[in-house]
Design a protein around this ligand. Structure first.
Ligand SMILES: Nc1ncnc2c1ncn2[C@@H]1O[C@H](COP(=O)(O)OP(=O)(O)O)[C@@H](O)[C@H]1O
Ligand SMILES: [Mg+2]
Length: 185
């Protein structure tokens, strides 16, 4: 008998890319690489415990979208939404202090989420279910010491494509490094 899942038409394809970083700079660099691939209207959801590097990643993403280092607001703790002018508008949204559905409602998030800008959202899991149905999620986790595990997951075709390019660049980067190691070692 055929597995049941073959009869289920998935609305969106889900792809996953897992990478490990060993420093804040490496995490930021992944954000930057992703930012460079964005064209406007994307939703990037970041989840993971405190200190896993969400803000660090968001900063890299903003850099990849052309936001100057000097423009970055270092401590967004007290503002839920920070807006930047890069080559596209960038909305850095941090839901850490928002713990009620009402709180979310008052933010008028949809104005940001469904705009031509890029929304990067920390504590993405706090967004009410069904609020967005297509997005790229980056789940971040502590492993050991300064190492972090970043799991990129696409939900929706456009994010699937972005993730594929990101993965290919990663492989090419790895191949280049292997070559360098090969020629010098
Ligand atoms: N591999 C790593 N990636 C990201 N941050 C790291 C890493 N290793 C150590 N750190 C440190 O962890 C902290 C991450 O902070 P932050 O980005 O504010 O996390 P979050 O927003 O998830 O709470 C920073 O102090 C950073 O220097
Ligand atoms: Mg943070």
């Amino acid at each position: 008998m055929e597995p049941l899942t073959q009869n289920v038409k998935l609305k969106t394809k889900n792809s996953v890319l897992v990478v490990f970083t060993r420093s804040a700079a490496q995490t930021r660099s992944w954000g930057r690489k992703l930012g460079k691939l964005l064209r406007g209207g994307e939703i990037i959801g970041l989840s993971g415990e405190l200190g896993t590097g969400k803000t660090c990643f968001a900063r890299g993403l903003a850099e990849g979208l052309g936001v100057g280092k000097e423009a970055w607001i270092r401590s967004p703790s007290f503002t839920v939404i920070n807006e930047y002018d890069g080559r596209l508008p960038v909305y850095h949204i941090d839901l850490y202090r928002i713990d009620t559905p009402n709180g979310i409602e008052e933010l008028n998030l949809r104005d940001y989420l469904f705009s031509d800008g890029v929304s990067v959202i920390e504590w993405f899991e706090r967004l009410p279910p069904g609020e967005v149905d297509e997005f790229l999620r980056v789940s971040m986790a502590h492993t050991k010491g300064n190492e972090r595990e970043l799991t990129f997951e696409s939900c929706g075709d456009r994010y699937e494509k972005i993730l594929r390019v990101l993965g290919e660049r990663n492989q090419r980067g790895a191949a280049r490094k292997a070559n360098v190691a090969g020629t010098t070692g």
